[in-house]
Design a protein around this ligand. Structure first.
Ligand SMILES: *Cc1c(COP(=O)(O)O)cnc(C)c1O
Length: 422
């Protein structure tokens, strides 16, 4: 399928009059429509709830849009909790799925009334010295071994640092029950960016069977099962996207097969999607500022890996559209690079694109999740702005670009006063 940007050259030209490139741009209409479809896919489950994984796109304006659609927040750190509190999320609107959790993070999560999802059995004793146990608490499960789908290894939970073993799950539930906990959650995250409609149903099967066993063994009430994140998006044009309605139907099928006969038809299904919810509805807009002809052909742009780390870090593919040249033949082969002093700072390698001229605007697709948020300041590069393309077609600045003052804000220069050359 041809990948089309959600923004046109004319729109970008208008935006850059006020906001220079590079910037991340988000599509309100796309976000809302997608979330509504996700909720529809699980509408068969009375207690269904999506907790957006804040780490994917920690911007309060975007979280507010999701909040208006009935979505909560999945946090894993102190500042993500603060951010959720700032937009008025609290209580069971926050899922706290952390690991290696500092005491002050548990303290704040408890104060905000968040649902706490323990990553380890030892955290129960650790937590007891910090905050009171709530009526509802959750534990993260790690089944160990390899996680396979259709005889293909998707990931290796046995090598993952997360979660409790099966034996520990039962032990933890008994322990928490003794502490007065009444309602229990089970959570697991076994594979990332899955592009198949079978991941969630397969994970659900594992967790539903576990829930039935745990209930038998410990007698606790399982209130919810949290399928966490991991539903992916098609970064490449030849990939077929996930059909979220089919995924919801697949989970319903195993729900009816396993939980309903066990008298557990009241269990709520939760999700903590980040990438699926936001990924396709954000892009990085950047300008070609240099071209270089040596052993290869290079296009240098004004964004760099500090604005989008995935290609450098994982070798990830992100599709690129040259705005205004959507219908031109892709008869040039380029490396599209940023300006970090790192040779992996390449948004694309040997990519077929139309002829690019200096001043052309490039859209780097699918940066709405794990894009801006993974940014960093290496080489003194500054974080870009974030803009929202609203449903009415107007543009709103939802985070300004960093300035050198921001970069220096944590330094005390008083010992170096009067040293400036000019
Ligand atoms: C990262 C993360 C998610 C979201 O993952 P996606 O791949 O973006 O869907 C959800 N839950 C937890 C605990 C995570 O760490």
């Amino acid at each position: 399928m041809k990948k089309k940007p959600f923004v046109s050259l004319e729109q970008v030209q208008e935006m850059t009059k006020k906001y220079p490139t590079p910037f991340h741009l988000y599509d309100e209409k796309g976000i809302r429509e997608n979330v509504r479809k996700l909720k529809k896919a699980f509408s068969w489950n009375k207690g269904y709830r999506e907790y957006f994984a804040v780490k994917a796109t920690p911007n309060p304006y975007l979280m507010q849009i999701l909040k208006e659609e009935g979505v909560g927040a999945d946090c894993s750190s102190y500042t993500e909790l603060l951010l959720s509190d700032k937009i008025g999320l609290g209580g069971d609107n926050i899922m706290f799925s952390s690991n290696v959790t500092p005491a002050k993070d548990f303290e704040l999560a408890s104060k905000l009334g968040a649902i706490i999802n323990f990553d380890d059995i030892t955290h129960i004793d650790f937590y007891e010295n910090i905050a009171p146990f709530a009526k509802t608490m959750s534990c993260r499960y790690n089944p160990g071994g390899d996680f396979t789908l259709h005889n293909q290894i998707m990931d290796t939970p046995k090598d993952a640092k997360y979660g409790l073993t099966k034996l520990q799950m039962a032990e933890a539930f008994i322990k928490l029950k003794e502490k007065g906990v009444e309602h229990f959650g089970i959570h697991s995250f076994l594979a990332s960016n899955t592009v198949t409609d079978d991941y969630y149903p397969q994970l659900a099967k594992i967790l539903f069977q576990l829930a039935v066993e745990l209930k038998k063994e410990t007698g606790v009430h399982v209130a919810f099962i949290n399928l966490s994140g991991g539903v992916g998006i098609p970064y490449k044009p030849d990939q077929r996207g996930n059909d979220i309605l089919a995924i919801g139907e697949g989970v319903r099928k195993v729900f009816d097969e396993i939980l309903v006969p066990a008298g557990m038809g009241d269990v709520s299904i939760y999700t903590e999607l980040g990438r699926f919810v936001m990924g396709p509805y954000g892009c990085l807009v950047t300008k070609a500022i240099h071209e270089k002809h040596i052993y290869k052909e290079y296009i240098g742009v004004d964004a760099c890996a500090a604005n989008l780390m995935r290609p450098a870090m994982y070798g990830s593919y992100h599709h690129i559209t040259v705005l205004g040249k959507e219908d031109k033949p892709c008869d040039h082969i380029y490396d599209v690079t940023g300006g970090l002093c790192e040779n992996n700072d390449k948004f694309a390698i040997d990519r077929c694109l139309p002829k690019i001229d200096r001043g052309d605007y490039l859209v780097i697709h699918d940066t709405g999740a794990h894009g801006f948020s993974m940014g960093y300041n290496y080489n003194g590069k500054l974080r870009s702005a974030e803009l929202l393309l609203k449903e009415d077609g107007s543009t709103k600045l939802i985070r300004r670009a960093e300035t050198p003052e921001d970069y220096f804000a944590t330094l005390d220069f008083s010992e170096f006063e009067n040293n400036n050359v000019k």
